[in-house]
Design a protein around this ligand. Structure first.
Ligand SMILES: [Zn+2]
Length: 334
């Protein structure tokens, strides 16, 4: 008898798994993957070689879409994001948020628009030109390239806007009737602020998505100095989130462990190539997320990471060729 119950539970679990895989795979090839009450977050694997990059697509039930970052890794094949949009037949983004002005976060935006994707508006925090002189390393702030991008957006009549801390960026649907919210947790210009001068990574627009019981925190490349300031002032800036887009590809220099403590994520998403994730540079993030028992997904290992957020829980799956059974749905607070 017990055996029979076990067997039927087992086959139920298997069918649920297959249903998950079926919907997952069918979703990847269709433009509209939303049922009426879901928000879908897809972190695209755009760091296939040695260099890292970020790209996160949010899809809402009415078909509206928000893209957070359109990054280009310096050694990555250029067309990853464009090809994904073509495959999904996505031709319109209501909003694009560039977390900060490094190419691994905005470098593909022009190509995406030139490929035919229309964009409603762009949220961007353009750093002070002084950073052009201080960031001379590869992939550092390139004021001229950022101006070229901004000029192109102006020619295309795509409005750009710099938000402020607390600003609501997206209300969940075009008519604002869907109860999800994307808002700015913190933003400064990298120069003037209570935490003093930082670097371009610290100009990252820190954004939170809230829907039902789930919160997702997007941190761009938030570095140590601002990360410490936010952790020290978490009574003002509520950092708690179920899912954390780990800052700065997990690389050293990123927000301190106190920041991770304040967020207390159950799930962590890292945009990083495999080599970076397993390197010494990512060791602190790797160890600390492990210590926090956060289930960690890394684009370089898991490929695209797809979080489906329902009102009371969320699931995470990936397009990795690893057995999907390892990617069991993750339930927050049912
Ligand atoms: Zn970056």
């Amino acid at each position: 008898m017990l055996n029979r119950i076990f067997r039927s539970l087992n086959s139920l679990a298997l069918s649920l798994l297959w249903v998950g895989i079926f919907f997952g795979l069918s979703g990847i090839t269709s433009n509209r993957l939303n049922a009426e009450d879901q928000v879908v977050l897809t972190t695209l694997h755009v760091s296939p070689k040695l260099a890292q990059a970020d790209c996160h697509l949010l899809e809402f039930p009415d078909g509206s879409k928000v893209l957070i970052d359109a990054g280009l890794g310096v050694d990555a094949p250029r067309r990853i994001i464009v090809d994904y949009f073509k495959k999904r037949q996505i031709t319109f983004l209501d909003l694009v948020i560039i977390s900060h002005c490094h190419k691994d976060h905005y470098g593909e935006l022009l190509h995406l628009i030139k490929s035919g994707v229309k964009v409603g508006r762009v949220i961007v925090n353009v750093p002070d030109p002084i950073f052009n002189d201080t960031e001379t390393f590869a992939g550092g702030y390139d004021h001229r390239d950022v101006q070229t991008t901004l000029n192109f957006l102006a020619q295309q009549k795509i409005p750009t806007e710099t938000p402020t801390t607390g600003q609501r960026l997206w209300n969940g649907s075009r008519d604002g009737h869907f109860p999800a919210l994307l808002e700015v947790v913190y933003l400064y210009d990298g120069v003037h602020g209570p935490n003093g001068k930082g670097d371009v990574n610290d100009t990252s627009i820190i954004v939170r998505l809230s829907y039902g019981k789930t919160r997702v925190l997007f941190t761009g490349d938030l570095n140590y100095k601002l990360g410490k300031y936010l952790a020290d002032n978490s009574n003002i800036y509520d950092l708690r989130a179920d899912i954390l887009k780990v800052p700065h590809h997990g690389a050293e220099g990123l927000a301190p462990n106190e920041f991770f403590d304040k967020v207390a994520p159950k799930v962590a998403i890292v945009s990083a190539p495999k080599t970076l994730w397993f390197s010494l540079r990512d060791k602190r993030a790797r160890d600390y997320l492990n210590h926090l028992k956060a289930k960690t997904y890394v684009s370089g290992l898991d490929n695209d990471i797809i979080v489906t957020i329902f009102k009371k829980y969320y699931t995470v799956k990936t397009t990795s060729s690893k057995p999907q059974v390892k990617q069991e749905p993750k339930v927050a607070t049912p």
